[in-house]
Design a protein around this ligand. Sequence first.
Ligand code: ZN
Ligand code: ZN
Length: 256
Amino acid sequence: MKLTADYHTHTIFSDGKNTALENALAAEQAGLETIAVTEHGYSHHFRGLKRRETEAWLAMIEDARAGSKIEVLRGMESNIRGISGLCDFTEKDFENFDVYLAGIHIVIRYENFRDRKLGWGGWMRRSLHLKPSERFVRDTTRAYLNAIEKNPLDIITHLNFQCFADVKEVAKCCRDYGTYLEISSKKQHFTDEELAEAAATGVRFVINSDAHSADRVGDAALAAEQIARVGIPLGQIDNIEGRKPTFRFAEFKKHL
Ligand SMILES: [Zn+2]
Ligand SMILES: [Zn+2]
């Protein structure tokens, strides 16, 4: 299995160690054709890209484009900020980005006080190995479904990291809206059963490294292991073997 593109990488503008150029050169070395630079979103308290830094960040992307031979996309790992599905971009932000990812994180500005449970509630339950209530899973699942329905999201990142959602329901929604489900190679977030259930819905997958340093860009090893173990058809993964995904956000922007 050979990765064509890595759509989830961080730089010094969020909590990564390297610049976009250093990541792009590592990707080139690893034989990739494309990377997306995807900092944490604007609503992340400490690790997110700041709106006022956007110009400098775009300049860093230009450097990476000029200094490497691969395609470098401008992306963001936006935060799902509430059960309503609110994410980080406003329409004004659209022109500065090529790909739109979203995931649930802690230490962000939630839409409402009660929405803090999405990240913090999941984090606490995972840390203490507590089983989530049905209502908790229902609310988290609703947040994902609303986010996918209301925003032109390209990729849902690390589903069920620091939270608990119904993977099958989220996968069905991704399938219906043309949003990709990420299989992370940073950590395993799906159980084998969840990954099999997701695949059975017909959802399309991408494998991403979620690299926070250049030496991990293009690393697909952990994801490849689970994919082989569960028996996911490789034809269902759109960023390997020379294939490229068709992204929803780019299509959406054409019709603005
Ligand atoms: Zn993340
Ligand atoms: Zn990330």
